[in-house]
Design a binder for this molecule. Structure first.
Ligand code: CAA
Ligand code: NAD
Length: 300
């Protein structure tokens, strides 16, 4: 289902206030696209340093967007960045973010912390608030198993870097209402994305297909079949991918890659998703990719 073709009016413009929980790589991008679309945004993260980093990266990335939109008009550029920035608030307290029409969760890719967070959000948020998870792979129904508002809950899966990647996967939970689904599709469109719909299946569409590719690239490197550079160059020049699989893993975060493969293996038992010793070791050592300065490659 492509949301551009979608026609529904009852829920149009229903989302004016958005909260994003988790201000890391994904949360900051989701906050940015919502603010660019004229919505008021609150970012909540446990870590105030991350919030500061998120604000800086949003400022920077808004600048890139503004330069593209208003390349001949510096005052408009400045106004665009200032206005979008003014729509973003940050906080370390979840209570400051619950008064919203939509709350998108983008915290660590682990079931328990996500369940705990949604149970808390369900208690604190107003009746009408829609709750959504940006999980890469975990079952949406399991994440929401403890909440009461199951009709106003689902998955909104963005892609990294959020301001650039044009896709949004809208994941239907078992008890999601048609109205919630319509609102999610409309909201996706309002933040500039093309929406596709997927059932609550492991990895949804994109990660179910990217997972085996990424896992095989790690194994190839682990076996020493080719250098990391040659694996990446191979896929860029031989298959036309914008990044090689190992570069992409550093970009998305090796911890996220590991967690996604674990869920896919647990749920599908497909041996292609079996644990990869090299990946596990790097995550244990805190080598998570660009966000920590080192992963498969070094960034310092
Ligand atoms: N914010 C705003 N704009 C940005 C940006 C950001 N964070 N990052 C890049 N851009 C813009 C740049 O300004 C540039 O714009 P112009 O072309 O108009 O000048 C454009 O994007 C391209 O950027 P660069 O020239 O800096 O670099 P590039 O050409 O190498 O592209 C890339 C960078 C878009 C990241 C590209 O390498 C790419 O598409 N990589 C693959 C990303 C991918 O596969 N993502 C999905 C990961 S899987 C996932 O997310 C799901 C999951 O659950 C794990
Ligand atoms: P990240 O590590 O960059 O950010 C996660 C943030 O969540 C951290 O800043 C952490 O401090 C914060 N956090 C953890 N627990 C919290 C809590 N209880 N309350 C508030 N903040 C909390 O991770 P990320 O890459 O942004 O991924 C976030 C989610 O998005 C994961 O579910 C991931 O699978 C999914 N995702 C990631 C990508 C990607 O490419 N990295 C793409 C799509 C979806």
């Amino acid at each position: 289902v492509i949301c551009r073709k979608f026609s529904h009016s009852a829920s149009l413009n229903a989302i004016k206030k958005v909260t994003v929980v988790g201000g890391g790589l994904m949360g900051s991008g989701i906050a940015q696209v919502a603010a660019q679309a004229g919505q008021n945004v609150t970012i909540v993260d446990l870590n105030s340093d991350i919030l500061e980093k998120a604000q800086k990266s949003i400022q920077n990335n808004l600048g890139r967007v503004a330069r593209k939109l208003y390349k001949d008009d510096p005052s408009k550029m400045e106004e665009f960045v200032k206005e979008a920035n003014n729509r973003i608030k940050v906080s370390t307290k979840i209570e400051d973010g619950v008064d919203a029409d939509l709350i998108v969760e983008a915290i660590v890719e682990l079931l328990e912390p996500k369940q705990k967070l949604f149970n808390r959000l369900d208690e604190l948020a107003p009746q009408h608030t829609i709750l959504a998870s940006n999980t890469s792979s975990i079952s949406i129904n399991e994440i929401g198993s403890g909440i009461k508002r199951k009709d106003r809950f689902g998955g909104l899966h963005f892609f990294n870097p959020v301001p650039v990647m044009r896709l949004l996967e809208v994941i239907k939970s078992d008890e999601m209402s048609q109205e919630t689904y319509n609102t999610m599709m409309e909201w996706g469109k309002s933040v500039g994305k093309t929406c596709i719909t997927c059932k609550d299946t492991p990895g949804f569409v994109v990660n179910r297909l990217l997972g085996p590719y990424s896992a095989e690239a790690f194994r190839m490197f682990e076996r020493g079949d080719a250098s990391k550079e040659d694996i990446d160059i191979g896929m860029k020049l031989g298959a036309g991918y914008p990044m090689g699989p190992l570069e992409l893993a550093d970009y998305t975060g090796l911890d996220t890659n590991k967690f996604v493969l674990e869920v896919l293996y647990q749920k599908t038992k497909n041996p292609v998703f079996k644990p990869i010793p090299l990946l596990n070791k790097m995550v244990e050592e805190g080598k998570l990719g660009i966000k920590t300065g080192e992963g498969i490659y070094k960034y310092k």
